[in-house]
Design a protein around this ligand. Structure first.
Ligand SMILES: Nc1nc2c(ncn2[C@@H]2O[C@H](COP(=O)(O)OP(=O)(O)OP(=O)(O)O)[C@@H](O)[C@H]2O)c(=O)[nH]1
Length: 375
């Protein structure tokens, strides 16, 4: 994969009525969003949201109605984009510099991210830049409690926008912000009123940030958002060798989500020494074949025994992008870091499965989220 030549895609998600269209309307009017292709997916036969988006000569808005991108319309995304781009080119306009996809309020974003990786035409032209998720300050907690789609939207996001903060007082925001942070500790949180937010805060979560910034590995992986649990810290965090049950317990911050029935876990698993290609392949194969659909999002920077450069891995459910080589100087050590966002897969399961393939004495650590709100 050549990150440098791919067009960035931002996926805008969030539950019904959470403020996606309000945000999009302001977002695409910004000068920096010139030459953006906006794709709006709506459920009904007669979509309304696309009519609410300000049209201008500088961006194209296409609508995908009559179904949901995450289920019935999967094949239509590449068709819609191809058609829209052909129309732009036929009018003598440039190909879009960015694509923003607004999902329906009930969409699970994971299959949409998967589509960007698996559809041949899409995968060779586009790369995911960020998943932006709107959460309604007034209804967010109740929605998270009642709707698994909402939890999954939050769990895979890079940016969490708490919208309608004009409708609640600040004390009410803290429990919601904490809940969001426990679901997704690495996502930045921003408060938004009527979609008013700098567009720069919504973009730039991808691995490659253009010629000026190059590869931003730690900002993409955000492994430091997870608190490290060393064996010596707690005496119970040790990852054990094959055949022995791990003593690593799920972090205390995460069961707060089990009351919603989803138990979304976000954690970082580190392997201190370079990994053999076989161990990596076998471990990931095993993980994906047994619990692929529970793997909402995986990002990793991996060091292999047989190559100098680190590799970037990006997976959604059981699908992975082909590993992409990174410049040697984009990281400062040879530790492989895997960030997992899972549904009902505990950190110790991932660690135990790795221990089946790891060389004896291999050193690993798992870091988990703290239950504190992000900025
Ligand atoms: N008070 C207040 N109202 C807002 C804010 N943001 C959006 N709204 C209102 O909330 C309602 C829903 O906003 P939309 O932007 O249509 O939400 P959506 O997520 O696109 O909705 P769906 O397309 O139905 O999923 C509209 O009436 C907006 O005017 C805000 O920050 N404050």
């Amino acid at each position: 994969m050549q990150f440098t030549t791919l067009t960035p895609v931002n996926v805008l998600t969030g539950f019904l009525g959470s403020g996606k269209t309000t945000l999009l309307n302001r977002w695409v009017r910004q000068a920096s969003m010139r030459n953006t292709l906006v794709v709006i997916n709506e459920f009904g036969d007669i979509g309304l949201d696309h009519q609410l988006i300000t049209h201008s000569d500088e961006q194209a808005v296409v609508e995908m109605s009559s179904g949901c991108l995450c289920c019935t319309l999967r094949g239509d995304l590449s068709r819609t984009l191809q058609q829209a781009i052909n129309e732009l080119l036929a009018k003598g306009k440039p190909a879009p510099a960015r694509v923003v996809i607004e999902t329906t309020g009930l969409a699970d974003p994971a299959p949409i991210l998967q589509l960007l990786m698996t559809d041949h035409w899409l995968a060779h032209r586009f790369q995911l830049d960020s998943v932006v998720c709107c959460v309604d300050a007034a209804n967010g907690e109740a929605t998270l409690q009642a709707h698994r789609e909402s939890q999954r939207q939050v769990a895979v996001a890079d940016r969490l926008l708490i919208t309608k903060t004009d409708l609640v007082n600040q004390e009410c925001l803290t429990p919601l912000a904490n809940q969001l942070a426990s679901l997704n500790p690495a996502a930045e949180q921003w408060q938004v009123v009527n979609g008013n937010l700098s567009p720069d805060l919504l973009v730039g979560a991808g691995l490659y940030r253009g010629a000026s910034q190059g590869y931003q590995v730690e900002q993409w992986l955000k492994s430091s958002s997870y608190q490290l649990h060393h064996a010596t810290d707690h005496g119970r965090d040790e990852i054990q060798q094959p055949g022995v049950a791990s003593t690593l317990e799920p972090p205390s911050s995460q069961p707060s989500l089990t009351r919603h029935g989803e138990n979304i876990n976000a954690f970082c698993f580190c392997i201190e020494e370079p990994i053999t290609p076989d161990a990596l392949e076998n471990w990931l194969d095993l993980l994906m074949s047994f619990m692929g659909e529970k793997m909402l999002r995986i990002k990793a920077v991996v060091h292999l025994t047989d190559r100098e450069e680190p590799l970037a891995l990006h997976g959604v459910q059981h699908i992975f992008h082909p590993p992409a080589p990174l410049p040697i100087n984009s990281v400062t050590d040879r530790i492989s870091r895997f960030v997992f966002i899972t549904q009902n897969v505990a950190p110790d399961t991932v660690a135990q499965l790795y221990s089946f393939f790891a060389p004896a004495g291999s050193s690993t650590t798992t870091s988990t989220s703290t239950n504190e709100a992000n900025p």
